[in-house]
Design a protein around this ligand. Structure first.
Ligand code: HEM
Length: 128
């Protein structure tokens, strides 16, 4: 049977939420919300969004224990010199949480994803 026992520690968060297609759908909604946010949209004016989504799907899959390795740029290098504030960072995290909730991802999994990605704040927020 394919029914999953959510308390089974053998099942990765990646598998529990529905694997690659589910995460791609979360990341799609996440960027729709980020790009609809007037405080954030300008940061992405010159960004190749297809590449960004591909890398973001890989990163989220990896932190959820999926069989995918993130092979994009180092996060500090990708965000350097962009003037990203702690407030911007908080809004991006809120959009990610919103997209995970909209896909009925359980709270404890959301907490783990936010814990892992939230820990990157020091690499992403510019200090000058
Ligand atoms: C949880 C926080 C964040 C994570 C995990 C994250 C992750 C990533 C990843 C994986 C990439 C792709 C790097 C590559 O293509 O090699 C990227 C690129 C980018 N991020 Fe973030 N990011 C975060 C927060 C932010 C914030 C707060 C902003 C600005 C408001 C931002 C703006 C950008 C921009 C503009 C790019 C594209 C760079 C380019 O055009 O090459 N990110 N981010």
């Amino acid at each position: 049977m394919t029914e999953q026992d959510q308390s089974n520690p053998q099942v990765s968060d990646y598998t529990a939420v529905g694997g690659g297609p589910a995460i791609a759908s979360v990341v799609d909604l996440f960027y729709r919300e980020v790009l609809a946010d007037p405080q954030l949209v300008d940061y992405f004016a010159d960004t190749d969004l297809a590449r960004l989504k591909r890398h973001q799907v890989a990163l989220v899959s990896q932190v959820m224990g999926g069989p995918v390795a993130y092979e994009g740029d180092d996060l500090a290098a990708a965000h350097a010199g962009r003037g990203i504030t702690a407030e911007d960072f908080g809004r991006v995290v809120e959009h990610l949480v919103g997209a995970l909730r909209a896909h009925d991802v359980p709270t404890e999994i959301i907490d783990r994803v936010v814990g892992a990605l939230g820990a990157t704040q020091g690499d992403i927020v510019s200090t000058h």
